[in-house]
Design a protein around this ligand. Structure first.
Ligand SMILES: Nc1ncnc2c1ncn2[C@@H]1O[C@H](COP(=O)(O)OP(=O)(O)OP(=O)(O)O)[C@@H](O)[C@H]1O
Length: 300
């Protein structure tokens, strides 16, 4: 079902009520955060977005005045309770759903409800089983209006496949690869697509712990070479803090931003930061906020 586009603004649902309640910032912006001069708009600016699903006569509010930004070249993570509306937010940013209120701006332009502006990587690799790994990776370029010539795209894809340990698997089909390898190919497809902003929706949730840890290290490495603007959903607080420059903590459904946490570690990041007290302090604090949300949900 679609989100309602024509719903009346209800009394009391103005911006002041629906402003996100950003919690304390645990630290000022770290030095490694990409500097965004005032003249450069954020890669993504989600402004006061409201959304609900309507089923017959009942209405399920899902997003409640949610605002967030991703600066140019920034890696931002979202954590929040299960079912709070994270994927719905991605669908709105990707233009698959229209919000009842609010805007989605990319590079300063209003793109609310417009598709084709982001590259997206879902929980499952979503590779086409009838296409080889190489052809799956090339797909991103094929559907773009400003695609490079095929020979150029192929050379680029092969270079990347080799650099992510998939050399020799170019002509393999997805079922011939492990889950982690499939996710690498899916990530490459997102990375090589021409859209600047990448939305990653729990890309490692289906992987076992060891593969997940490998993939985190791998993603850090690849991302730090490229510095694309990334918005990343995860349920794993440690993963969020290890990868991101900032972490948004969402409330229960209907989701709004409860807290914004700056992650002050230099890049390239080392896995050892997970042992540092500044890391553990943030991890404990976010876990505490999440527990509080769970408690509220149980009591409501
Ligand atoms: N198409 C839809 N029609 C009706 N309700 C929906 C639809 N899609 C999602 N919902 C409901 O909206 C709420 C938010 O769903 P959403 O998938 O955005 O949450 P989420 O935070 O991504 O969940 P999870 O953490 O479990 O992946 C849930 O209660 C879900 O059941």
């Amino acid at each position: 079902m679609n989100l309602q586009q024509d719903e009346q603004v209800q009394p009391g649902r103005g911006a002041s009520v629906m402003e996100p309640t950003h919690g304390e910032k645990l630290h000022p912006a770290p030095p490694n955060r990409p500097a965004s001069p005032a003249s450069i708009p954020p890669a993504l600016d989600v402004v006061d977005v409201h959304a609900s699903f309507r089923e017959r006569r009942s209405k399920l509010p899902v997003l409640n005045g949610l605002s967030l930004t991703v600066e140019q070249g920034e890696f931002v993570a979202i954590v929040g309770p299960s079912g709070c509306g994270k994927s719905t937010l991605f669908h709105i940013i990707g233009g698959l759903l229209k919000p009842e209120e609010g805007q989605v701006l990319m590079n300063g332009h209003d793109v609310t409800g417009q598709r084709g502006k982001i590259s997206y990587m879902p929980q499952q690799p979503a590779l086409f089983p009838w296409r080889t790994i190489e052809d799956n990776v090339l797909l991103a370029g094929e559907v773009a209006s400003s695609a490079p010539p095929r020979a150029e795209a192929l050379a680029e894809a092969r270079k990347w496949l080799s650099s992510v340990g998939l050399a020799g698997f170019e002509q393999a089909y997805p079922h011939m690869l492990s889950g982690g390898m499939q996710q690498r190919a899916a990530f490459l497809r997102a990375l090589l697509s021409p859209q600047e902003l990448m939305l990653l929706d729990e890309p490692f949730s289906a992987l076992d712990a060891l593969t997940r840890s490998d993939m985190q290290r791998w993603l850090l490495d690849i991302w730090e070479q490229n510095r694309r603007s990334v918005l990343f959903i995860t349920h794993n607080i440690e993963e969020a803090l290890l990868l991101a420059d900032r972490v948004y903590v969402l409330s229960n459904r209907p989701a709004t931003v409860l807290h914004e946490v700056h992650v002050p570690f230099d890049r390239p990041r080392r896995e050892e930061i997970t042992e540092e007290s500044a890391f553990l302090e943030r991890k404990r604090q976010i876990a505490q906020w999440m527990r509080e949300e769970q408690q509220k949900a149980r009591l409501s």
